[in-house]
Every structure is written in C-alpha cells, then in structure tokens.
Design a protein around this ligand. Structure first.
Ligand code: NAP
Length: 249
C-alpha cells in the first residue's frame, strides 16, 4: 500500500511515527510554511502540488492507494483540493479532524467567523491583545493599530501589526507558562483560531483562570461527506482495514 499523508499537524506527525513501523510505503507532504519543520520518520515532500490538477497528477504518477488528509482545520484550500483530487482519481480519502474546542465553565468566548470579524470584535478602545492565530492572517489587526499586540507564532510573521511584540514559540505549551505569559504582558483579550487538540489548549484554561476573554475564530466550512476520524490511531485502523482492499491499477 502506498499512502500520501498531508501534514503540518500533531496528528500527521503521530500517524507518521506509526506508519514508520509498517510494511507500507508512506510519504508525508508539508506545505513548507515553517522554517524548521519537526524531523519526521518517513520520507517527506515539501511544497504545493499546483492545485487540484497537480495533486491529481501526483496521485496518479505515484500510484497512491490511500490519501490521508491530516492538515489543520483552517487549511481549507488544501482540504478542498484533497477532496476534489481524490474524487477525480478515485483515490480513497480519509480526513483526520480533531474535535473543535468548546468553552469550559467560566470561559468568556466571543465567537466570530473570520479574522476580520475578530479584529472588529476587539473594539475601538485600545486593548492589550494576545494574537495566537498564526503568522499569515494578521492583516485585519494591522488595520486596527490602536491596540497593543503580542503576536505568538512558530516563525516570525512577515508583516506583524505595527509596534507588535513578536514571540516565536512552538507548542505544546503548559498552562502555568500560558498564565505567566498573559500576566507578564497584562493581556486583556486573546484571539485564537478554534484549532482543537491538546497542544495549544492550555492558553484557553489560563485565560479562563485569569478572566481574560477570548475572541474565537470558528472553523471554515469543509466539503460535505468526507470520511473523517478524530485521531491518528483511528486513521491507522482505517488504513489497516483498507490495506487489503485498496485500488491497484
Ligand atoms: P491552505 O491555505 O489550505 O493551502 C494553501 C496551499 O498550500 C494549498 O492549495 C497547497 O498548494 C499548499 N498546501 C497546504 N498544505 C499542504 C501540504 N500539507 N502539502 C503540500 N501542499 C500544501 O493551507 P494553510 O492554511 O496555509 O496551511 C499550510 C500548512 O500549514 C498545512 O500543512 C497545514 O496543515 C499547516 N497548518 C496550518 C495552520 C492554519 O492555521 N492554517 C495551522 C497549523 C498548521 P497547491 O494548491 O499548490 O497544492
């Protein structure tokens, strides 16, 4: 069996570790966004495929038997492309989608649908804001320069809001450290994507403990009808079940 695993997430790395011990061929695909990706135990390819047509060609040329889409819940374009290319080529597709976070008792969440709505939700009065939304979606905050921003991302953003303090760090994060971060920078409101998972969830617990409200950007709508599991372990079970039945032209 030849597997293409679309990665860039904790779940993809976990599945890659499991696949490394199997008698299957598996390749992990990364977009190439982070400067120093976590080392992986299976072969990696890096960079876009060139849209749906490029991914479909890759699936055909490399005789891929199963496509596992373990990209981030906010990687909406890649998710759509994977669904379209799998349908076009008849490649079995499984999506790993970790459950979204839900507010714990006492949490104050302001749910929004887009990054622009998140920036708008901060209001006109200056506030001290922690942005934990990655490095590529910061434009709406640049257009709201009255706030004092602390931006935390894996790599420094190319265009942070003017005057922002940039902190580079990669999860997982501990709750005590997240509480210290909020206190040290006197954060009044946090902005987060509803990424789900455990690696970066501690910030939400810390915010609740300290009474810091969270502007939560909810997930983009994904294509309907995708076969989906929540964990790398379930994805492995799916692959094992399909190992004997997958297409081989
Ligand atoms: P995106 O906007 O959905 O995708 C943009 C383009 O990047 C895709 O059309 C594809 O290019 C390429 N691409 C994305 N993921 C790829 C992969 N795993 N392998 C090869 N090409 C890929 O994606 P994004 O939101 O920028 O995310 C990029 C990567 O970062 C993904 O691997 C994702 O899992 C990871 N990530 C994203 C977030 C987030 O908040 N968005 C957070 C953590 C990690 P072509 O059309 O040329 O094929």
């Amino acid at each position: 069996m030849n597997i293409l695993l679309l990665g860039g997430t904790t779940e993809a790395s976990a599945l890659a570790r499991t696949l490394a011990g199997q008698p299957w061929q598996a390749t992990l695909s990364l977009a190439g966004r982070t400067r120093e990706p976590v080392p992986q135990p299976i072969p990696c390819r890096v960079g876009g495929f060139g849209g749906v047509a490029g991914l479909a060609a890759y699936l055909r040329e490399n005789r891929v038997d199963a496509l596992v889409d373990a990209t981030h819940p906010f990687a909406a374009q890649m998710i759509r492309h994977a669904a379209a290319a799998a349908a076009e080529t008849g490649t079995p597709l499984l999506r790993i989608d970790r459950p979204a976070w839900t507010p714990r008792e006492g949490a104050v969440w302001h749910r929004v649908a887009t990054m622009q709505e998140a920036a708008d939700a901060l209001g006109l009065a200056p506030r001290r804001v922690l942005l934990t939304v990655g490095q590529k979606d910061l434009g709406p905050f640049t257009a709201a320069p009255q706030h004092a921003y602390v931006v935390r991302s894996i790599d420094p953003p190319a265009a942070p809001p003017p005057g922002a303090l940039v902190l580079t760090a990669r999860g997982p994060f501990l709750e005590a450290d997240e509480r210290a971060l909020l206190q040290e920078h006197r954060i009044e409101v946090m902005v987060s994507k509803n990424a789900g998972g455990t690696a970066t969830a501690a910030k939400l617990a810390a915010a609740t403990d300290l009474g810091v409200p969270v502007v939560m950007v909810e997930r983009p709508v994904l294509p309907a009808g995708l076969a989906t599991v929540a964990t790398a372990a379930e994805a492995f079970d799916w692959l094992a079940r399909h190992a004997g039945t997958l297409r081989r032209e």
